[in-house]
Design a protein around this ligand. Sequence first.
Ligand SMILES: [Zn+2]
Ligand SMILES: [Zn+2]
Length: 406
Amino acid sequence: MVRGDMASKDTVDRRRALSPTACPRPFILDVVREPATGRDFPCPTCGAPAMTFDATSGGLVCPYCGHREAVDAAGPAPSERALEAGAALSRRDGASVASGDAHGFGVDVRTTECQTCGARVSFAGVDIATRCDFCGSTQVLEQASNRHLIRPESLVPFAVDAAAAGQLFRRWLAGLWFRPGDLKKRATLGEIAGVYVPYWTFDAAAESRWQAEAGHRYVTTEVVRRVVQGKEQLVEQQVQKIRWEPAAGHRADRYDDVLVVASRGLPKRIADGLRTFDTQRLQPYDPRFLAGWRAEEYAVGLEDGWREAEGRVRREQEARCARDVPGDTHRGLRVETRLGGRTYKHVLLPLWIATYRYGEKPYRFLVNGQTGEVKGEAPWSWPKILLALVAVVALALALMTTAGGR
Ligand SMILES: [Zn+2]
Ligand SMILES: [Zn+2]
């Protein structure tokens, strides 16, 4: 892509101008305020420096004259890369960066690092934030962006805009149970930020061989001694037993798009709860999707990401083999899994991140920028919970009394 190459050369020059020392020290945002460097998405009609990507129309729009431009994702279709090649790529030094693509975001960005949660967020064609989108900390420093990072292969563009995200949040809040009655009215929504969050996706072919003892349950009749009315008698009795037989087998499975979150800012607990991303809708990466938006640099490297995916695939294979064992139960299952055809993609997925305040406390929530799914924290109403508990206990007591009186 011509545009990306030009931008990356431009970036080198500007970085040098910005930070004359070889190793730039981070500086505090409140002291140094550079204008947004976003000259990468100029409007062809009015010449305004920064068009932005519009989630509603899925194209670029000029905030000044309203000119619209489709983003025709020109790159090749999202393609997986061999894991081995990626590992080598991620280890390569800065020398290879100059030779062109596959590193960085492919566009001039400014990057900040949160000193509290460690999230590194890049801003394309938009002013940097002085508050961390992920944790709300104001301890945010500008850094040289890490242009050695593997470039995303693909992304899911934002389809939910800020207004819609706010509405989804309100609806989610109203649908919660056991919350304070004035929560919906008094919850004040802070700034809501659209961030492309980094993920790895992995594909692999798994071949498993397993051995186990398969257990078949059967019922037999045994004669036992029993004391009946003071006299010892022989009584027939049904006994359940298990017959164990050796068993073995093998199976082959394919895994497609195993998602591993590579974010530092998102707590894993929350990030893993977001399940509705549709990776079939990935589009080839194009820096224009980032125009006016934020993107987090990945903090979990390719090899660590693969280790997590591998663990998940192996556990899943063990579970599948366990289901393959014939009979009613099994013991001593041993599974050997070989993984081949391992490929990866680095992808960006869209998330709205925001905090709202209720009383003095901040609560965080996320809106999936593709599907509108909401995940978040909300205060509980203890009086309501107590009331519900009392009602349940009362109902149970009433039932017991009725049953007992019969
Ligand atoms: Zn314009
Ligand atoms: Zn933070």
